[in-house]
Structure formats: C-alpha cells, structure tokens
Design a protein around this ligand. Structure first.
Ligand code: SAH
Length: 257
C-alpha cells in the first residue's frame, strides 16, 4: 500500500558555481556528497556530479532553448512530487540559483505546494570568470558600477540597458552569444563608443577556458571567427581591456617574487 508521508522532504536549491569543483561552497559539497536524489542542469560540471555517492539518483533536466517554458513547469512538478513523496532533493544549478537560474520560480512552486526550500548560494559565472581571467569587475581607477544582464533573444529589444555600460561601468552579459550582433548594435545605438573594450570568456574556471578580446564593434566577428560556444559571458567596459588585466597580472607576479 502506498502511503503519503506526513512530512515532505526539503528541496535544496544549490549553486554549483561556474565549473571548477573547488569553487563549490562547503555546504554545497556536503549536500552533493550526501544526496539521495540530485536534479541537475546541463551546465553542472561532470566533475561535480562525480562527488555524489554511487547510490545517488541523478536526474538531468538540461534545457533546450526552444522548449524553455514547458520544461520549467515539468522541473517544478518533479521537485514537488519527489519532496511530497518524502525525499530530500538537491536541485543543483550552474552558478548561483538566483542569478538567471530560475531558482525563484522553483522556490515559489515548492512553497505553493507546502514543500520546504533552502537556498545555497553559488559563485555566479560573472564572478568566477572575472577571477579566472584576472579581470576585476570593479576597480577604484576605472569602474564603480557593475551590472548583470541576460542577452537571450526573447525581449532583447524591449530591455532598457541605457546607462548600464560606459565610462566607470562594467556590463556583464549572460546568455549573449546567439545575439552578440544585436547586442553590439543595441549598445552602439544607445551611444556607447564602438571601440570600448569587450572580453568574451568561454568555459570560465574550466580547463578549456578561453578569454577573447575585441572592441564592441568587433565582438560579433570575434564570436564567429573563434566559434565561441556556450557557456560564455561577455564583459563590456574598461575592465575588459587587455591593459587592465595585464597590469594587474604583472603586479600579482611581482608580489609573488
Ligand atoms: N545561474 C547561472 C547562470 C545561468 S544562465 C550563474 O549564476 O552563473 C546560463 C549562462 O551563464 C550561460 O549562457 C553563460 O552566459 C553563463 N555561464 C555559466 N557558466 C559559465 C562558465 N563556466 N563560463 C562562462 N559563462 C558561463
């Protein structure tokens, strides 16, 4: 006979960081290592899933852009169903669950169903990429504002990015590869100088990481020529300039001597 447990399990919305397993928080690592069930995104690095015990059930809910909405509903339903059946669920997401991670929607669905939710923050792609590329997103000499935006196709032209990029500011674009041309056009039409520095960071914190640089006007060609693939973020502003990164690297090396 099937009985419904009186206490539901907890859904843990856990940030897995940008890739390198060493960048997991201790709490995230403990949860992964002790999990009964892990529901994970496509972005979660296999090296992180490898930390789970042999008996752990792993369910991948890798998203396809064309089926976003329906799939999110299915993911929400899966989390709720498992928790109501009394299982603790580790919902492992790339980066941080609350930065472009739909963690908010999953938390709402769980709460609406009476399922307890805990959130474990993770290192978001922008933070991990900046560290790995030696590229401070803020710096007293050139940037005191940093903004994170989503560059995916839906609604790009309706988004108001005015004032987010330019002198003294760093703009970080997630999910902007497919629309890099529209992004460059939009920002230049908003008054941004076409020669402002851009860095495209692919696979940040992973062994195959690439840091590619160009001007804003040259960014679409850069993405095409180097066949940049997801996951990648785009950093726009003085912070992305070669000279800034190199001078900091030189300082760091001097300090080590
Ligand atoms: N919650 C995640 C973001 C999910 S949206 C976070 O906080 O990082 C997915 C986008 O994140 C990708 O399209 C890409 O723009 C960015 N991203 C995730 N991991 C990345 C990585 N290792 N290197 C570069 N960009 C990454």
């Amino acid at each position: 006979m099937n009985t419904i447990p009186s206490t539901p399990g907890t859904v843990w919305l856990v940030g897995a960081g940008p890739g390198d397993p060493d960048l997991l928080t201790l709490r995230a690592a403990r949860l992964v290592m002790n999990a009964q069930l892990i529901v994970h995104d496509g972005l979660v690095d296999p090296a992180i899933l490898a930390l789970a015990r042999p008996g752990t059930q792993l369910i991948s809910v890798a998203k396809q852009r064309s089926r976003h909405t329906l799939q999110q509903d299915e993911i929400n339903a899966l989390l709720v169903r498992e928790a109501l059946a009394g299982r603790n669920v580790v919902r492992l997401k790339g980066g941080d669950p609350f930065i472009f991670g739909r963690g908010g929607e999953e938390a709402e669905a769980c709460r609406a169903a009476g399922v307890p939710v805990e959130v474990v923050p993770g290192i978001s792609a922008a933070i991990g990429a900046a560290a790995a590329a030696g590229m401070p997103l803020t710096h007293r000499s050139h940037a005191s504002i940093v903004s994170f935006v989503a560059g995916q196709c839906k609604g790009l032209s309706d988004q108001n990015w005015t004032g987010l990029a330019g002198k003294g500011r760093t703009l970080v674009i997630y999910m902007g590869l497919a629309t890099s041309e529209a992004i460059a056009e939009k920002l230049i039409a908003d008054g941004l100088a076409p020669e402002i520095p851009v860095a495209v960071i692919e696979n940040a914190t992973r062994p195959q990481m690439r840091v590619l640089r160009s001007s804003l006007a040259g960014m679409p060609a850069l993405v095409a020529t180097h066949q940049v693939k997801s996951p990648a973020i785009i950093v726009i502003g003085e912070a992305a300039g070669e000279s800034k990164t190199e001078s900091l690297r030189a300082l760091a090396l001097e300090g080590m001597q």
